[in-house]
Design a protein around this ligand. Structure first.
Ligand code: PMP
Length: 381
């Protein structure tokens, strides 16, 4: 019997305590009992978002919150800048275009860095940009963006808000929403939150609310004003997935007891061990600015990425991600997100090494593994 091992950058593994919580009998969402669960959950969400502002829960995948950001902030014909260095930056562009907004693209070569200076130049050259959309971890290329630096730039523009897609990064890498002055942060349940897919979360700064007050784009289910009104009573405008919220309460309790600092450090260590292992084995990383949420390894010439991913799943029950769009077949992506420990990191490195050897690659995985062990186990726990 194969053991199901999830190393995809979402969905990620869900710990037993959370699974059990979600298996509790269903209660009605407008009862005192559920409102109590919701109150605790909504309060603790602020901790993982590192914000004092309200965090909204929407029953959708992460893309729902991305769309909510667009339709709640903007008005017909508004000009927006979209940073795009991969599939998910592209998605913000697609959403903005679906609502017929004027998009100024800030294109970044996939896997490359973006200097906040570039964003400053674009904003200075194109007066009237209402919002800048960016990504904290571009999952398709495993690239970390300097959201802190970009937020500092955007904060200097009084009438422009900064929206960050942190779907694959919040809870894995630092995202100091208030301190960095990020106006809107969106994320989803199936990554660092250690939950199944199905919930999206988003924070809104006062500057974002001021813009939302004037927004005229059409909206109904995603109208955050409805969510704000009910939030005051720890309630939701529509039937909320009660089981997922029960799981979320548990997940946030675990996260809070561990502390964000410790969780960020553990992600960093697993990512660093993975990066160093593959480099020592003789392979290259795809990104020049690798994220601690996920690692993308460039496959050697002649190796078919899709076959490798399939072989890991069918032979060993291990799920990793291949490349998307133009990177299809060319890279392999290993997630460090959520409920994983040092031995999981070693397992992922070992398994990918094994199938690469089976595919005929001459790599020194032993060297890589011994370096990974050093990185994972030498520092204090
Ligand atoms: N943005 C990023 C950075 C992501 O990694 C993902 C999911 N992989 C999304 C957006 C979309 O999220 P969802 O599939 O939950 O809609």
């Amino acid at each position: 019997m194969l053991r199901n091992r999830l190393f995809t950058p979402g969905p990620t593994s869900v710990p037993e305590q959370i699974l059990l919580e979600m298996a509790s009998p269903i209660i009605h969402h407008r009862t005192e009992e559920f409102i109590k669960i919701a109150a605790e959950t909504l309060e603790n969400l602020k901790y993982i978002f590192q914000t004092k502002n309200d965090v909204f829960i929407i029953a959708s995948s992460g893309t729902g919150a991305m769309e909510a950001a667009v339709v709640n902030l903007l008005s017909a014909g508004d000009k927006v800048a979209v940073i795009s260095g991969g599939k998910f930056g592209e998605r913000f562009k697609e959403i903005a275009l679906a609502y017929k907004l004027e998009v100024i693209p800030i294109e970044v070569e996939w896997g490359k860095k973006l200097s906040p200076e570039t964003v400053k130049e674009v904003l200075a050259k194109n007066p009237g940009i209402k919002a800048v959309f960016g990504t904290l971890c571009e999952t398709s290329t495993a690239t970390h963006f300097d959201v802190k630096g970009i937020a500092e730039v955007v904060a200097g523009f009084e009438d422009t808000v900064f929206v960050v897609d942190a779907v694959s990064a919040l809870g894995a890498v630092p995202c100091l929403t208030d301190e960095w002055k990020i106006d809107v942060v969106v994320t989803g349940s199936q990554k660092a939150f250690m939950l199944p897919p199905g919930l999206a979360f988003m924070s809104m700064s006062p500057k974002a609310w001021a813009m939302a007050e004037k927004s005229t784009l059409p909206k109904f289910y995603l109208d955050l004003k409805k969510y704000k009104k009910t939030l005051a009573k720890n309630d939701f405008p529509f039937t909320i997935p009660v089981s997922l919220v029960a799981g979320l309460r548990k997940s946030l309790e675990i996260i809070k007891s561990l502390t964000m600092e410790k969780i960020w450090e553990e992600h960093r260590k697993r990512a660093e061990a993975t990066r160093q292992a593959f480099k020592a084995a003789g392979l290259k990383l795809f990104s020049e600015s690798p994220s601690d949420a996920v690692t993308a390894v460039v496959l050697p010439e002649g190796v078919e990425g899709d076959k490798l991913v399939k072989s890991l799943r069918t032979k060993y029950g291990m799920s990793v991600a291949g490349g998307q769009d133009k990177l299809k077949g060319k890279i392999i992506r290993i997630s460090h997100l959520g409920w994983q420990d040092e031995f999981d990191a070693l397992t992922a490195i070992t398994a990918v090494g094994v199938v690469l050897r089976q595919a005929g690659c001459n790599i020194d995985m032993e060297k890589g593994l011994s370096l990974a062990k050093e990185i994972l186990f030498t520092s204090e726990k």
